[in-house]
Design a protein around this ligand. Structure first.
Ligand code: SF4
Ligand code: ZN
Ligand code: ZN
Length: 314
């Protein structure tokens, strides 16, 4: 029987990248410690701040909501839960009640903003339109761009000092690799534990960034959190290929994911030097901040014959 390297109890997890095994209690303690360390090291939360947490109902975001609610309650900071309902039938409609129940349990205010309300169309409809019009873009492109934009706008309207997302180590390393593969330096240099404020943008923080996906999942299970376990029906494409590649690399060469993250952190200052500062403007169509004349959301909507509905979300 594998024993916990810290207390000798029965281990539930083999942390191969660190050459240690952990029991349930030590794993919970370790995840919470890493979470607090990331906040302290990168000054992600200051006392008195209002933190809006993007919560989908999945294991990472529910764990993030619980961890932040606990952290902030001891520091006079306030946590608010925000869910974007993209409109994915049989998937998002099942996760919405899960978020609501968690928010209620924690006594946290909860808001939902839908694609339907903001764009006059659900993601399901956007995907159908994209197929009819043969745009060649996949569902995740629409979903990612539009959700990011709504999260920022809603967080701003909610008076957020920070917008927290639950990206874990695996998500961050996948994003690093994806931007390498796409040779997208400008997106690459935006990755990190905090993306600072620009006019109209709420600073985004990632307090789970040093927690591997497996540990985040185990944390949610061991703490018996109410989570939504289904997989999005649109998930696929290069993201999944990169995820599988990284998992097989980690399996054969433990610690590869952390090494990729550390290497990126060393390179990032140099990468940032090569990115010219761009001027922030307001989108000519919807007024949201953008570096171009028209923001990416309005550009994508325009190709589908859709448009943003109204100026405010909340
Ligand atoms: Fe959106 Fe793609 Fe994630 Fe589904 S898998 S929620 S479509 S980004
Ligand atoms: Zn232990
Ligand atoms: Zn716009």
């Amino acid at each position: 029987m594998l024993r916990c390297s810290f207390c000798g109890r029965r281990a539930v997890y083999d942390r191969r990248y660190a050459g240690a095994a952990l029991c349930d209690r030590c794993l919970i303690k370790s995840v919470e410690k890493r979470f607090r360390r990331a906040i302290a090291e990168h000054k992600l939360v200051s006392p008195g701040e209002r933190i809006v947490v993007a919560v989908s109902g999945g294991k990472d975001s529910v764990a993030c909501l619980h961890l932040l609610a606990g952290y902030c309650s001891q520091r006079n900071s306030k946590v608010v839960s925000l869910t974007i309902d993209e409109g994915i039938k049989g998937y998002r409609d099942h996760s919405l009640p899960v978020v609501e129940e968690n928010a209620e349990l924690l006594g946290v205010e909860h808001f939902v903003v839908s694609f339907k309300q903001a764009f006059g169309a659900s993601l399901d409809r956007i995907v159908r339109l994209a197929r009819t019009r043969k745009t060649g873009l996949n569902p995740c492109t629409y979903c990612g761009v539009m959700r990011r934009s709504l999260l920022n706008q809603a967080a701003r309207e909610l008076g957020a000092d920070k917008l927290a997302t639950a990206h874990n180590l695996d998500d961050e390393v996948q994003a690093i690799m994806l931007n390498y593969v796409r040779s997208d330096l400008s997106r690459l240099h935006r990755l990190g534990p905090i993306y600072p404020s620009r006019e109209g943008f709420v600073p985004r923080i990632k307090p789970m960034r040093e927690i591997p996906e497996k540990e985040s999942a185990l944390y949610a299970i061991l703490r018996e959190l109410n989570i939504h376990l289904a997989v999005c029906p649109y998930a696929g494409g290069i993201h999944i290929e990169i995820r599988d590649f990284l998992n097989s690399l980690e399996e054969k060469h433990p610690n590869s994911k952390f090494m990729i993250l550390r290497m990126f952190e060393r390179l990032k200052p140099k990468i940032s030097q090569t990115i010219p500062e761009f001027e922030m403007r307001s989108c000519k169509v919807c007024g949201e901040p953008t570096s171009a004349e028209i923001c990416k959301t309005c550009e994508l909507l325009g190709q589908l014959g859709l448009a943003k509905q109204g100026k405010t979300l909340i």
